[in-house]
Ligand binder design. Structure first.
Ligand code: GUN
Length: 283
């Protein structure tokens, strides 16, 4: 029987602590951390994420704004909006919700964000800093996973860590962070041969591929720490992870559930990074 990593509980505790830090900052320095989320179009999943971000930011006492732009917004208009918030000192964090509509060049937009306000950690200045082992804004999902390792006492030094998936949002930055923590890291993906032979070497297995219940017991070494980033909907609309939880849980030492695992930590780290960005403006 594995111990469960309670991401939901940890996120609630961290957000409550953050609310206190925000109140202190307002009282002592007159600074309120400001976060703007820019949403283009009607993607249903994005709308849910953005609403959750809004709610959490307000609950933690942030100055929060959401810009909702129509699906036919031009790239120029979006770039102008980003620039407006780059210049606005009330905002310490700018997040452009992805994916963007097809007619917009996502990379151009991300690179238009001031790297010091890039709370998603997607700007090349931040990815470059991350891969160079320098202080950086870090993509929120892998940052949340590192926080879970810390809180649950998962030692990474010298351990075999296998990351399944190589997205810019999760897989790649996750590999960089594990490497920085002195793990021996293997990055795997859809073209990897004999995947289960590799994942079975993992002391720490992080899965972010977007395929429901793909990781079965055959893929997991007994005693492994298993982190499931998946958020899939099955035919009945029920949420499931990339890991077949019922099959893998008996084998693992520690495992994240879906929902209630990695998901809630992502918003928490977004707020943490926005708070840290606000602090840097007064230091
Ligand atoms: N879409 C899905 N995940 C993310 C994320 O972490 N940040 C942004 N900006 N868009 C996303």
């Amino acid at each position: 029987m594995a111990r469960l990593i309670d991401g939901k509980g940890l996120a609630q505790k961290m957000q409550a602590e953050l609310a206190e830090k925000v109140a202190n900052l307002r009282e002592k320095e007159g600074v309120v951390p400001g976060l703007v989320v820019i949403l283009v179009g009607e993607n249903p999943a994005s709308q849910i994420y953005v609403r959750n971000k809004e709610r959490s930011a307000e609950k933690a006492g942030f100055f929060s704004e959401t810009v909702r732009l129509s699906e036919d917004t031009t790239q120029e208009e979006l770039l102008d909006t980003v620039e407006q918030y780059n210049q606005d000192s009330r905002f310490h964090g700018i997040l452009v919700q992805l994916p963007l509509p097809d007619h917009i060049d996502e990379e151009k937009v991300v690179l238009a964000i001031d790297p010091d306000k890039d709370v998603d950690g997607f700007h090349h200045v931040n990815t470059g800093r991350l891969w160079s082992g320098k202080p950086a804004m870090i993509p929120c999902t892998p940052a949340g996973i590192m926080k879970m390792f810390e809180v649950y006492g998962v030692e990474l030094e010298g351990k075999n860590a296998v990351v399944v998936g190589r997205s810019n949002i999760v897989g790649k930055p996750m590999a960089a962070l594990l490497l920085e923590a002195n793990a021996t890291v293997t990055s795997t993906h859809s073209r990897t041969k004999d995947l289960s032979n590799i994942t079975r070497t993992a002391d720490v297995l992080v899965v972010a591929i977007g395929r429901s219940k793909f990781i079965t017991a055959d893929y997991v070494k007994p005693g492994a720490v298993v982190i499931d980033v998946g958020m899939n909907r099955d035919d009945e609309g029920k949420l499931s992870g990339d890991v077949d939880f019922d099959a893998v849980e008996p084998l693992a030492d520690l495992i994240t559930p879906v929902p209630g695992g990695v998901g809630p930590m992502t918003i928490t780290m977004l707020l943490e990074q926005t708070y840290e960005a606000a602090l840097r403006t007064i230091r």
